[in-house]
Ligand binder design. Structure first.
Ligand code: PBG
Length: 345
């Protein structure tokens, strides 16, 4: 037995810090925030302990709470005052994200990212207007109950979101966010061509300095459950497997990401994070762009649920999760733990 090699030599107190390969700082984190145009007071989100939907009037106070922890960036999600088949409230000048952004930008130093998608704004909960055939089918069948998520229920599951019609909407939304003062635009719909469309629209509107963080490899994941309650964005029928990626595929993620790079994405996001660290790591190796990972609602909820039962130490597992995401190659992390972790860093 050769005991001349002793890796434990490097694990002594006072030395561990010197040889540590990965570190976590508040400036690596982005805190997601839910602004709700239908709320007149803060509403706790049951499946995401510690998080709330805040009324537009409270968005500045909410962001100040984030900034007080040392986190410098927020990602805004909006719950509109009404929904329709096209999701028109998503690009309204007095829309929820537009209003909140204007206030936050005017009154704080936060770096503001906005989620650009239609699922919170359409009455059917999909990430864009539906294909014509599907609309006809729905009209004929009298739309199924909202909230029913059964894959087998509802209309023909091969029909889905109208990709190219969605691009036009995304362009308008992105420009309206930039006009409101958003610092970075983050399209999350996995619509083919979305980055090029948004880049073109932003540039034509004079926002060539506004970067795009593309949800480049976003999987059709069951870990989004709590978010869909929080943002009221669950599809009312079917699912998102025709536009979000199959969890079985990693090589496909490289093709997806490469397309977004060609189209001008500035930051490349992988989502979810923990179950997809192989993808985070592969994107890091393959591309020179900054890599973001989204530690999603289900990843947050499951640690909270276990900690509530006394099965895990919340502070420790939250820190270890974020550290692992960085170790895998992420430069920045979107996480509901942002404030809690930043506070103890
Ligand atoms: C909107 C969007 C979703 C999330 C972020 N943006 C939901 C979805 O795709 O269904 C999920 C975030 C989370 O679970 O924390 N398209």
């Amino acid at each position: 037995m050769d005991l001349t090699r002793r890796p434990r030599r490097l694990r002594q107190d006072r030395l561990r810090g010197l040889v540590s390969e990965t570190s976590l700082a508040p400036s690596d984190l982005v805190a997601p925030i839910f602004v709700d145009a239908t709320a007149d007071e803060r509403v706790p989100i049951e499946s995401m302990p510690g998080h709330e939907r805040v009324p537009i009037e409270e968005s500045v106070v909410r962001v100040e709470e984030v900034l007080a922890t040392g986190v410098e960036a927020v990602m805004l999600f909006g719950i509109p005052r009404s929904k329709d088949p096209e999701g028109t409230r998503a690009w309204a000048d007095d829309g929820v994200v537009q209003e909140a952004t204007r206030r936050i930008v005017a009154e704080t130093d936060a770096y503001v990212l906005t989620d650009v998608c239609l699922c919170e704004y359409t009455d059917h909960g999909h990430c864009g207007p539906l294909e014509e055939e599907l609309r006809d089918e729905l009209a004929a069948a009298d739309a199924p109950d909202a909230g029913a998520c059964d894959r087998d229920a509802g209309p023909d599951p091969t029909l889905t979101v109208d990709n190219d019609a969605t691009l036009k909407a995304l362009e308008t939304i992105a420009v309206s966010h930039a006009e409101a003062g958003a610092d970075m635009i983050a399209p999350s719909g996995m619509i083919d061509g979305m980055v090029a469309a948004i880049r073109g629209a932003l540039d034509r509107a004079g926002f060539e300095h506004v970067p795009i963080m593309s949800y480049a490899a976003k999987y059709e994941s069951a870990f989004y459950g709590p978010f869909r309650d929080a943002a009221d964005g669950a599809p009312s029928f079917g699912d998102r497997r025709h536009y979000q990626m199959d969890p079985a595929n990693a090589r496909e993620a490289m093709r997806e990401v490469a397309l977004d790079v060609e189209q001008g994405a500035d930051v490349l996001m992988v989502k979810p994070a923990l179950p997809y660290l192989d993808v985070v790591s592969a994107v890091r190796r393959e591309f020179a762009h900054p890599v973001a990972a989204y530690n999603v609602s289900g990843e947050y909820a499951m640690l909270h649920a276990a900690a509530e039962r006394g099965w895990l130490d919340l502070e420790d597992v939250a820190h270890e999760s974020l550290l692992s995401i960085k170790r895998a190659g992420a430069d920045l992390i979107l996480t509901y733990f942002a404030e809690d972790v930043a506070r103890v860093l």
